[in-house]
Ligand binder design. Sequence first.
Ligand SMILES: [Cu+2]
Length: 159
Amino acid sequence: MEKGSVLENHTAGISIIAFVIAVGISLGYYQFIYVPQANQKPVLPPEVVNPPQTTHVRIVPGASSPSQTINFVPKQAQGILGVSNRVVWTNTDSVPHSVTSDDGYNDLISGPFNSIQHIGLIPPGQKFTFVFTVDGIYSYHCEPHPWMQGKVTIAKEKF
Ligand SMILES: [Cu+2]
């Protein structure tokens, strides 16, 4: 009986040690390899993060009037990824406006496509800048004046 139980205790001890080591390795992998990789921002070409050119949109005087159909000019702006995917909205109206994504687009580098979450409403005479790091079509509106609607198309880089 003694001999058998000593052997069983020994086996059980090794199993527990092996289990503890396995848990330790798993936690280490999760904390030091998996989580840092999952949280890592994508590495993008510098010209995508900081494009050489800027696409401009003006918020024109009288834009807050529901009867005025001209508000974001141009209403459909176009940029090219890695060239002009930085968009600057300039408020030349006399009241504050916002530039707010219709579908809550969140850029992995630039964050939420919503001026309110970066600078609040854009005061008269001020600008809002946003860099789109992924090509696509981005619809947006003005939060206080939802009839003000615009679109930005970012085309893939031309090689
Ligand atoms: Cu507005």
